[in-house]
Design a protein around this ligand. Structure first.
Ligand SMILES: Cc1ncc(C[n+]2csc(CCOP(=O)(O)OP(=O)(O)O)c2C)c(N)n1
Ligand SMILES: [Mg+2]
Length: 325
């Protein structure tokens, strides 16, 4: 992995997220937004190590995973803003980005459910030499489905890489208040191979992901990467009002001083003009994408019931004629 390329991926995520938050503040986003700011090194580091033919499964905090998996910014932004041309036709919204062509199976808003979906994918992929990557938060390890999935994955030898993004919080609850073991201790208790890294250090994340993905592909058993990190913004926003700060100011400041972008820039050792040029170029790209998305219409009401279920809806379901906005 080239550090400069990883830095650019992280910067794209950061700039995209800041513009999405700006749109949320202006009430231009339908539904919830869960910013990925602060955790960019994890998506960028892990997904630089996956092969493009390997499936990725995500969760509601999915924008960064989608960018690092190579989904087009245009399709992501239109989806988040509920517009025609979104990766899911503008009907899924921020928490449900998916793009099968890029092997980004999708994101789930049900905490922990993505693990069981990913284990199914890994089961289907067994014997192909391909691994499957699934991301989750630290709180997801408090869900029963996670234990069932990890246990069955270990028993069946599924080539699954679980990336647990330990940001120390579960919504507005401090993780330490609701768990008596760290994520690494929990998976260790299940007898799973695991590595713990500084999730704000993209090079460290990438090295660990490469090692674990190689093991998944060769040895066909699940691997866990625990990446310690912190949210730069907040858990989620719905509507135009930014949620009040719920974390201690010193804690927020401590982590702001350990910004993954600054760490990557220092490691890449690039001159300031290179950084300024990269920022200007990506800002131009993102601005253009937002301008086009905001000018696009919402999805046609006639498409409301299409691509929602695997099979066509039964005739008894009345056709949708209007959507309340
Ligand atoms: C099954 C389920 N229970 C509760 C919720 C509500 N909920 C949404 S996010 C969240 C916190 C999850 O925290 P974590 O797994 O640490 O991920 P993070 O949001 O910190 O990235 C909760 C409880 C949910 N979406 N699904
Ligand atoms: Mg968390």
């Amino acid at each position: 992995m080239q550090l400069t390329a990883a830095y650019r991926t992280m910067l794209r995520i950061r700039i995209l997220e800041e513009k999405i938050i700006d749109c949320a503040n202006r009430n231009l986003v339908v539904g919830f937004v869960h910013p990925y700011t602060g955790q960019e090194a994890i998506a960028a580091g892990v997904l630089a190590a996956r092969r493009p033919d390997e499936w990725v499964v995500s969760f509601y905090r999915c924008h960064g995973h989608a960018v690092a998996a190579g989904l087009p910014l245009d399709g992501i932004v239109r989806e988040v803003l509920g517009r025609e041309g979104g990766v899911c036709g503008g009907k899924g919204g921020s928490m449900h980005l998916a793009d099968r062509g890029r092997r980004f199976l999708g994101a789930s808003s049900i905490v922990g459910s993505q693990l069981s979906v990913a284990a199914g994918v890994a089961m289907a992929e067994r014997g192909t030499g391909r691994a499957t990557v699934v991301f989750c938060g630290d709180g997801a390890l408090g869900a029963g489905v996670s234990y069932e999935t990890l246990t069955i994955s270990a028993t069946l030898g599924l080539p699954l890489l679980l990336v647990c993004e330990d940001n120390g919080w579960q919504d507005q609850t401090r993780s330490e208040l609701v768990r008596h073991r760290t994520p690494a201790q929990l998976v260790d208790g299940l007898g799973l191979d695991h590595v713990e890294v500084d999730g704000n250090d993209v090079a460290a994340v990438h090295r660990a992901a490469e090692t674990l993905l190689t093991r998944c592909r060769r040895e066909r058993r699940p691997q866990v990467l625990v990446a310690r990190t912190y949210l730069r913004h907040y858990h989620a926003q719905v509507g135009g009002a930014r949620p009040p700060e719920y974390r201690p100011a010193e804690e927020v400041a401590y982590w702001r001083a350990r910004d993954p972008l600054d760490i990557a820039a220092a490691a890449a050792d690039v001159p300031d003009p290179w950084l300024a040029e990269a920022r200007a170029e990506i800002e131009r790209e993102v601005d253009q994408v937002f301008a086009a998305a905001l000018a696009a219409p919402p999805p046609d009401v006639a498409t409301a019931a299409t691509n929602v279920t695997a099979a066509p809806l039964p005739a008894a379901v009345p056709a949708v004629t209007a959507v309340a906005r």
